[in-house]
Design a protein around this ligand. Sequence first.
Ligand SMILES: *Cc1c(COP(=O)(O)O)cnc(C)c1O
Length: 426
Amino acid sequence: MADPRSRVPRTDALLAHPRIAEAERVLGRAVVKSVISAAQQRARAGEIDPADVAQEAIAALPATASSLRPVLNATGVVVHTNLGRAPLSPAALEAVVAAGGTTDLEFDLATGRRSRRGRGALDALAAAVPRAEAVHVVNNNAAALLLAALVLAPGREIVLSRGELVEIGDGFRIPELLTSAGARLREVGTTNRTALRDYAEAIGPDTGFVLKVHPSNFLITGFTSAVGVRELAGLGVPLVVDIGSGLLAPHPRLPDEPDAASALADGADLVTASGDKLLGGPQAGLLLGGAELVERLRRHPAARALRVDKLTLAALEATLIGPPSPVASALAADRGELRARAERLAARIPGAVAVDCAAAVGGGGAPGVELPSAAVSLPESRAVPLRTGRPAVVGRLERGRCLLDLRTVDPADDELLLAAVRRCSS
Ligand SMILES: *Cc1c(COP(=O)(O)O)cnc(C)c1O
């Protein structure tokens, strides 16, 4: 019998296969060639039959030319930092595709003149928070805070509570971010308790502003006290409130989570927030406040370095005016319906059972809040094959089981989830 290696199809023959040629149009030659070469390698190593090389390559073709792999988030963590925070709504995704072409981003089609960049997104944000006299959008919340420090406190002091010295993640800390802008920090109070008097005593001629930061990823409980926005607003210096999560108005399920409208109503001069946490939009930093202050932020030289891209503006506008975002839907999902979905799915998967469980908001806000949820419970040994399958499914390991929490799975993806689970149960 001939050496099977001599039967491995040649690269040019595989590139001519209609399905592979079609994929090359979308993915480019380099991606397609590397997939082909991996399949040929498997045939040469005797892992697959040389006759199956084309099918093997076709099955391994990625959906896009990006190396990012689609993941079904079954962790029950609604805003999962490692899984890209908020997934965009279909409306936002379509807006991104349109914005990726040539558009009237900074052009008035009626007059043929230059127009204000991103006006649609800014108008939508302003309309969503009527309390704000003006709004601006930058790269992320960290950029929003940086810009506030550059404008309001260069060489001056930012007064903030020791209980609000937040590390955002990956080693980045808000206090260090602020001092990198040339401001000095004036820490007041203690880790667990800060009083209005502490702020009042720290304020002086060097004060740039008072900053209130939402401890969005930790809880200090027990003997604690913090000063609310309304009291801080009476101190006679600018008050900046970093609400973190990006809720524009109070959320019925998250009564303790701060929101932009309430902070402004309570007297904040400027509110900063992320776009890709509870707002459910793209990565962005939202700045809402007084007209004069927002204009100074907009005109600062660094604003150009922190500005958002057209894709972000398009996704933000569609998130603000479009149908509810996946994050909003995940927060609103009814526990009884989640349980019914879990039972329907578990009945179709050998070895699976439906269980009640508790989902969480995640690093995006509402620390300590449990959202009642339901999951498909599988043996823990399924976790790795699920994670490395296509699409990848990431569940939560709990007491020796792999839970697929349905609060963070779009019901429209249930069949996809089922197929992925079945593939690695066989
Ligand atoms: C998440 C968060 C930030 C950082 O926001 P990015 O948009 O990731 O830059 C800052 N402050 C608070 C309170 C946060 O929760």
